[in-house]
Write a protein that binds this ligand. Structure first.
Ligand code: HEC
Ligand code: HEC
Ligand code: HEC
Ligand code: HEC
Ligand code: HEC
Ligand code: HEC
Ligand code: HEC
Ligand code: HEC
Ligand code: HEC
Length: 431
């Protein structure tokens, strides 16, 4: 046994010497060793060092030894001897407590303007609860933030930046085996990718669209109760929650028996269309009931208004293609579009009479644009007729001049034997 240990020490030492030589030859390595002249840890752990150097912790002057202990002046494996204060790397079980030894310490965090409730929040989450039960497969701090390359949460490369959150969560939540062990579906990510929220995040990079943590919270991630859902959504769709509470569903929603997801689903929340007014009711209401009748009424009102809007819009587009000035009309079409969007929201109250007021206004505005077009068209066809008298006049003038010339220079070519009217000399004359 002792020979094995001695062999290992020799290998480690030669690796260290070779690594140190390489480090000293490279300008970057030389810079690192000049900055922290004594850190032997960086010499042997070059890969981790590269990852670590871009992290927020490195920027704050925290080094390997702060977290792992050990002797950074020792170039041998003894740098990691327990009697040099080396603590090894924390196990998955230890990580939440380990990170929180600083992050839950107000005295340390205050100067950076960081809050200190992550650990407390974490313990209230589904993840933290599982951790408290001794479950090692649940998420710990490093699963969401990374091991060494931990970046500020608002850095676009951070694992917790809005655009990257879904990928971070899906490492576990798309893992069939892991999820079924916990009795959870593994389709959250897949379904979410289809949603209007994911599309908005992916296309425009609009950070305000919902990602996993906008709905579930980050450190407090819990399965939402039906009662929480309207609040969850109303962080961003405040007006809708109010409208739903005024609807015939208000009471049912208040009792927690129904929520936004009853009609929209929870992960695959698609762009809402008018058709949803018919299709989303079917699981709960039978055909030919009063409820479906009201849905149909609202549907008819909105789709009719949309038709008026669409045909006015088509007209304006055609006018624009013909090079006509339509800026003012386009402004009004935009106005009807905004009113339509408001109606898509207002229909949540399921009050046909209120919707009717809105649709009447939309139709009036759209029809106004159409009738304005007819006026313009009438004026245009008049203008197209304007040149006709002028052409008639020009034509008459040409005829008149021709007639005049014929009268003043009669039989000009007949004297020379040319064929009348051709202006050419006779061919015989040339021979
Ligand atoms: C001579 C090269 C060398 C030096 C110097 C060195 N290490 Fe290591 N370190 C290693 C090797 C090789 C391993 C892997 C050992 C193994 O797998 O048993 C390791 C393992 C580790 C581990 C993982 C241990 C575990 O519990 O899993 C940590 C943490 C670590 N080193 C930190 C440090 C720190 C901090 C320093 C500086 C104080 C340092 N090392 C200096 C070569 C070195
Ligand atoms: C902010 C605290 C922190 C700092 C600073 C830090 N580490 Fe670590 N390190 C950790 C944690 C936490 C783990 C365990 C990660 C895990 O298992 O998920 C770890 C694991 C390790 C491991 C073993 C696992 C592996 O990936 O091989 C090594 C080796 C290591 N660190 C080396 C270093 C070196 C070298 C530095 C300095 C460049 C350093 N660490 C700086 C927290 C830190
Ligand atoms: C030795 C104390 C210490 C330990 C241990 C520590 N951190 Fe930090 N952490 C800090 C300090 C200090 C900052 C603030 C640095 C700054 O703002 O310049 C910070 C910043 C952060 C940030 C960025 C906050 C922001 O602005 O978005 C995250 C994320 C983070 N740490 C996560 C972790 C995780 C995860 C662990 C455990 C693997 C950990 N920290 C361990 C001290 C520590
Ligand atoms: C399930 C994923 C997840 C876990 C687990 C997690 N975090 Fe976070 N953390 C996030 C997200 C996402 C953010 C981004 C800001 C937000 O949404 O709150 C964040 C932000 C932070 C921040 C900076 C912003 C703030 O809240 O002040 C710190 C510091 C932090 N986490 C530390 C920790 C620590 C320490 C742990 C372990 C006790 C931990 N995190 C566990 C996902 C996680
Ligand atoms: C390391 C793997 C892992 C990562 C990463 C992870 N989770 Fe989890 N998550 C789990 C496990 C395992 C459970 C089941 C815990 C239990 O047994 O209750 C869970 C449970 C949940 C639950 C509760 C579900 C329910 O109905 O009980 C929610 C919500 C959740 N995670 C959201 C998230 C979000 C949001 C993220 C990303 C910010 C995330 N998770 C990242 C592993 C992970
Ligand atoms: C727009 C809000 C929203 C977004 C975004 C969202 N969720 Fe959910 N999630 C919910 C709601 C609401 C439920 C509760 C469904 C229920 O109880 O019927 C839920 C349930 C869950 C559950 C419990 C199991 C299930 O499917 O019922 C997990 C796990 C989960 N979400 C993870 C995620 C992950 C991972 C992401 C990101 C890829 C995500 N969620 C994005 C709203 C959201
Ligand atoms: C009874 C079914 C139903 C319920 C409950 C419901 N919605 Fe809707 N929602 C619809 C229908 C139908 C549309 C599409 C209307 C249209 O486009 O004509 C819609 C459209 C939307 C839109 C797009 C229009 C807009 O407002 O910009 C959003 C956002 C929305 N709903 C959010 C929510 C939220 C948040 C909740 C919960 C507070 C909720 N919905 C509850 C049926 C419902
Ligand atoms: C973090 C903010 C945020 C949260 C939380 C949120 N949403 Fe959204 N939602 C958005 C944004 C931004 C859009 C994109 C609007 C657009 O297309 O212009 C959107 C789009 C939608 C749409 C499609 C609207 C359309 O134009 O057709 C529906 C439906 C919707 N959300 C429902 C919900 C429901 C239901 C919840 C809760 C389970 C929810 N949202 C939670 C921000 C959020
Ligand atoms: C999750 C089930 C559910 C969905 C989906 C749903 N409703 Fe309802 N609705 C109810 C319940 C429960 C009531 C109240 C009990 C009752 O009177 O039947 C109700 C009541 C109503 C009422 C009051 C009139 C009445 O019959 O008492 C109208 C109107 C109505 N719903 C329309 C709709 C329309 C339109 C849709 C689709 C856009 C829809 N509902 C979707 C469950 C649902």
């Amino acid at each position: 046994m002792p020979t094995k240990a001695a062999n290992r020490a020799i290998v480690v030492r030669s690796v260290a010497v070779a690594a140190l030589a390489v480090a000293l030859c490279m300008p970057v390595g030389a810079q690192v060793s000049r900055q922290h002249e004594e850190s032997s840890c960086e010499v042997c752990h070059s890969k981790i060092t590269v990852a670590y150097q871009t992290s927020i912790h490195a920027g704050a002057g925290i080094d390997c030894v702060t977290c792992h202990g050990g002797n950074p002046t020792d170039l041998q494996a003894t740098a990691m001897a327990a009697h040099k204060g080396f603590r090894g790397s924390p196990s998955r079980r230890e990580i939440p407590g380990f990170c929180s030894s600083c992050h839950a310490d107000r005295a340390q965090m205050r100067q950076y303007g960081l809050s200190t409730h992550q650990f407390e929040d974490y313990q209230s989450s589904a993840h933290g609860q599982a951790w408290l039960r001794g479950d090692e497969s649940t998420a710990v701090c490093t699963d969401c933030h990374g091991q060494h390359r931990i970046l500020p949460h608002d850095d676009p490369n951070s694992m917790v930046f809005p655009m990257n959150v879904a990928d971070t969560c899906s490492r576990c939540h798309s893992d069939e085996k892991l999820m079924s062990k916990h009795g959870l579906p593994a389709n959250a990510y897949e379904e979410y990718q289809e949603s209007a929220h994911a599309q908005m995040l992916a296309s425009g990079g609009r950070q305000s669209a919902a990602t996993c943590t906008s709905c579930h919270g980050s450190h407090t991630a819990l399965p939402p109760g039906a009662n929480d859902i309207p609040n969850m959504c109303s962080q961003c769709h405040a007006q809708v929650k109010e409208l739903v509470s005024q609807s015939p569903h208000g009471e049912v929603v208040k009792k927690g028996e129904m929520s936004c997801e009853s009609c929209h689903g929870h992960h695959a929340i698609l762009h809402a269309t008018d058709e949803l007014l018919m299709t989303s009711c079917k699981p709960c209401h039978q055909a030919d009931t009063a409820a479906m009748g009201i849905g149909q009424q609202v549907y008819d009102l909105i789709t009719t208004a949309r038709q008026h809007h669409d045909s006015a819009d088509e007209i304006v587009q055609a006018m624009e293609q013909h090079g006509l000035y339509v800026e003012e009309l386009k402004g009004r079409i935009e106005e009807t579009n905004t009113s339509l969007q408001q109606l898509e929201r207002d229909q949540h109250a399921l009050q046909p009479r209120q919707i009717e007021q809105g649709t009447v206004a939309v139709e009036a505005l759209a029809d106004e644009v159409a009738s304005e077009f007819s006026e313009i068209e009438a004026r245009l066809s008049f203008r197209r007729l304007l040149p006709v008298p002028m052409w008639v006049y020009i034509g008459l003038m040409v005829l008149f001049i021709y007639w005049k010339r014929k009268q003043t220079e009669p039989h000009r070519f007949t004297d020379t034997g040319a064929k009348p009217g051709t202006g050419r000399p006779p061919r015989e004359g040339l021979r």
